[in-house]
Design a protein around this ligand. Structure first.
Ligand SMILES: NC(=O)c1ccc[n+]([C@@H]2O[C@H](COP(=O)([O-])OP(=O)(O)OC[C@H]3O[C@@H](n4cnc5c(N)ncnc54)[C@H](O)[C@@H]3O)[C@@H](O)[C@H]2O)c1
Ligand SMILES: [Zn+2]
Length: 359
């Protein structure tokens, strides 16, 4: 079974990828040797796959099922898990198994980071996005009513077990959302991965290339976070597509796009910005546009006001005097950081993307 190493000092761990990977969970738990193992999941994930997890864990581990709407990645959700850990008698030598998508991983991981100043946790991601992205790198946290992901910590899991069989029940749109992040990893660092995703069928569940693609995407993220655990600089390249993507999520109050769809639009914007700067050949730009579009239809931008998107970008915490740093592709498989993209350049790219010209 493919295994991707995340090499972070004494906190290194492996991401195990494969259909049926849950089988190895007992061995991983045994190696951690916790005094008590508990599970945090969501009602929906548990309904689909609770039996499989219980079979893998053997004994009936206490579990908390918390709603996994983004709004529950909150102080309230966190409190619920802290209460559960206390009532279940989890001590310093306990283990939390986070079984769900990115919301459950971020929330349960942060609960594990903060409970008794940190207990062990294992990620068992159940969405494509959480397998290739949120479960790797140790960033955990919750939202503040005023800002997403404002409160958090770095707390690396002891292992990640990504069982592709769990994806069979994932709604199509959620699967696509993760596919944009897989494609992103291809554009950043892996041409072969990009090519394989662009040739994947619309339904990823039965796709024979899925295991190789998920493994390759995990490798890209793991290699980057291994060299830059705390976001010194290199880790920024993972934000390809996210600068415009976040702005689109913000101006639509997180209601119109899935995260991956917003990132898909953001990659299209980055491709136009890069080609306008002469950094990216037209052929590669068109391949990126076609690759993103090939994943399916995204909600449109035509009614979104450019000025509002630009204002949101200017408020980006990385912006300096109106100029915004961008990760831009120079070919498929390599990106650069451009620190000083101007509002005029962004406006031109937004026009290419098809936003509305006026507020
Ligand atoms: N920590 C990080 O580095 C990092 C990176 C990227 C994203 N994130 C966070 O991840 C979150 C998004 O995660 P996500 O995209 O996995 O979404 P999610 O956790 O919101 O899950 C999406 C939906 O799919 C359902 N679901 C999950 N697994 C399923 C399955 N196997 N079958 C059927 N339904 C299933 C969930 O119940 C939910 O309704 C955001 O909060 C984001 O901030 C964190
Ligand atoms: Zn993302």
């Amino acid at each position: 079974m493919p295994e991707v190493a995340v090499e972070i000092g004494p906190h290194g761990y492996s991401v195990h990828v494969g259909r049926g990977a849950l089988e190895i969970l007992p061995g991983i738990v045994a190696a951690v040797a916790p005094a008590r193992t508990v599970v945090v999941s969501s009602p929906r994930v548990w309904r689909h796959h609770g039996d499989a997890l219980q079979r893998a864990l053997g004994a009936e581990a206490p579990r908390a099922l918390v709603a996994d709407a983004e709004g529950r990645k909150s102080r309230r959700g966190l409190e619920q898990i802290h209460d559960f850990l206390l009532h279940s008698g989890v001590g310093r030598d306990g283990l939390v198994v986070a079984f769900g998508g990115g919301v459950i991983g971020d929330l349960a991981g942060f609960a594990a980071a903060t409970y008794m100043r940190g207990v062990d946790w294992i990620g068992v991601p159940t969405t494509l996005l959480s397998m290739v992205d949120s479960s790797i790198g140790g960033k955990v946290g919750i939202n503040h009513p005023g800002a997403k992901n404002l409160i958090g910590a770095f707390h690396q899991p002891r292992a990640v077990v990504a069982d592709l069989a769990l994806l069979a029940t994932l709604p199509r749109r959620e699967a696509r959302s993760g596919a944009y992040e897989v494609l992103k990893c291809g554009v950043i660092a892996d041409r072969a991965l990009f090519d394989s995703v662009t040739h994947a069928p619309a339904s990823l569940a039965g796709w024979p290339g899925l295991e190789a693609a998920v493994t390759a995407a995990c490798r890209v993220k793991a290699a980057i976070v291994s060299r830059d655990e705390r976001e010194g600089g290199l880790r920024r390249v993972l934000n390809l597509g996210h600068t415009i993507g976040h702005a689109l999520e913000t101006v639509t109050a997180y209601r119109r796009f899935t995260h991956g769809e917003a990132v898909g639009w953001g990659m299209i914007g980055a491709a136009w910005l890069a080609s306008a700067r002469g950094l990216l050949p037209d052929i590669a730009r068109d391949e990126i546009l076609a690759g993103v579009d090939g994943l399916g239809r995204r909600p449109p931008l035509s009614d979104l006001a450019e000025d509002e998107i630009l204002e949101t970008l200017a408020r980006d915490k990385k912006a300096r005097r109106g100029r915004v740093p961008f990760i831009l592709p120079v070919r498929i498989g390599e990106v650069v950081v451009e620190p000083d993209v101007t509002p005029e350049e962004i406006r031109a790219a937004l026009r290419r993307m098809g936003t509305g010209p006026r507020a």
